[in-house]
Design a protein around this ligand. Structure first.
Ligand code: SAM
Length: 261
C-alpha cells in the first residue's frame, strides 16, 4: 500500500534528492527517471522502480497503477508526495507528476555481440549530458546495438542525460571502457570502425561501411585525438558548407548513425 509524505526531511525524499549528485549515484548504483512516460518505458522493458514518488493528480492513472504494482511486487516504496516535494526532487518549478528511482545497468564490453546489430556508437570523452542523452535516444531510434563510453565521460544516468533520452535510457545497452580496453577490444571488431574527424579527406557518404559498423565520435572541445583516430579503419568528414566549423556532437552522431546503418 502506498503512503503519503509531506515533509522534505523524510529520509526517502532526501535519498531521491541526493541522486542529483554523481557521487551518490556512483555509490548507490541508482538513478532518477522523471515522468510517467519514462517510468512506464522502464517498467515495460523489465526495470523495476525501487522508489516511486507521485503527485495526487497522477494517482488514478492506469500506467501509474501498473508501475506501482511492479514496484510493490519487488518490495519497492510507493509514496504519494506534495507538489513542493516533486519540485524539490526535480529541481523544477513545474515538475513531472511521477518520479521513479531505478537501478543503473552497464553491460560489460566482453558481453557485447557485435553482429547483433548493424551499427554501434562509441563516444570518446563525451562531456555534455544533453548530448549524451540525445545520442542514446537517436541510437535507440536507429536500432543501434549499444553506446560505448570510452575514457572519462559524463554520466549517462545524470538527471539531465536521462531527461534527454526520453525513455531510451532503458532500451540501449551502455558500456564503459578505458581507452586501453577499447583499443584491445576493437582489434576483434568484425566490421568497419569509422572515426569522425574535421580534418578527414573522406566524405562520410563515400566511405565503404562494412556491417557491423562502429562509429567513433570525438569530444565536444578537442575532437578525436590522433591515437583514437588511428584505431579506425577509415576517418570521415561530414561536409561543412557554411561558416560553421563543426556540427554539434549529437547532430553529427545522428548523421553518422544513419549513414552507416
Ligand atoms: C563539436 S565537434 C569537435 C570540434 C573540435 N573542435 C574538433 O576540432 O574536432 C564534436 C565531434 O562531433 C563530430 N563532428 C562534428 N562535426 C563534424 C564533421 N563536420 N565531420 C565529422 N565529424 C564531426 C566529431 O566526432 C567531433 O569530434
Amino acid at each position: 500500500m502506498s503512503r503519503t509524505v509531506t515533509s522534505l526531511t523524510n529520509p526517502t525524499v532526501k535519498a531521491v534528492r541526493a541522486l542529483h549528485q554523481r557521487k551518490t549515484r556512483d555509490e548507490t548504483g541508482l538513478f532518477v527517471a522523471e515522468g510517467l512516460k519514462n517510468v512506464t518505458e522502464g517498467v515495460e522493458t523489465g526495470a523495476v522502480p525501487q522508489i516511486l514518488l507521485y503527485g495526487r493528480e497522477a494517482a488514478d492513472h492506469p500506467l501509474l497503477k501498473a508501475a506501482a504494482q511492479a514496484a510493490e511486487a519487488a518490495g519497492g516504496e510507493v509514496i504519494e508526495v506534495t507538489q513542493d516535494i516533486l519540485a524539490k526532487v526535480s529541481r523544477r518549478d513545474n515538475p513531472q507528476a511521477v518520479v521513479g528511482v531505478f537501478q543503473q545497468v552497464f553491460t560489460p564490453l566482453s558481453a557485447l555481440e557485435p553482429r547483433s546489430a548493424g551499427c554501434w556508437v562509441a563516444l570518446h570523452r563525451v562531456r555534455d549530458p544533453g548530448n549524451l542523452g540525445t545520442i542514446i535516444r537517436t541510437a535507440d531510434a536507429a536500432g543501434c546495438g549499444g553506446v560505448l563510453l570510452v575514457g572519462e565521460c559524463c554520466d549517462p544516468y545524470s538527471v539531465e542525460a536521462v531527461r534527454a533520452t526520453m525513455g531510451s535510457i532503458f532500451a540501449v545497452p551502455l558500456v564503459k571502457a578505458s581507452e586501453a580496453e577499447f583499443a584491445a577490444w576493437r582489434g576483434a571488431w568484425p566490421g568497419s570502425v569509422v572515426g569522425t574527424l574535421l580534418t578527414a579527406q573522406t566524405d562520410h557518404r563515400s566511405a565503404a561501411y562494412v556491417a557491423p559498423t562502429l562509429v567513433l565520435m570525438g569530444n565536444e572541445q578537442q575532437g578525436l585525438p590522433p591515437a583514437m583516430a588511428a584505431l579506425c579503419d577509415v576517418n570521415v568528414k561530414i561536409p561543412m558548407r557554411g561558416r560553421a566549423d563543426s556540427l554539434n556532437l549529437s547532430v553529427a552522431t545522428g548523421i553518422m548513425i544513419y549513414a552507416a546503418s
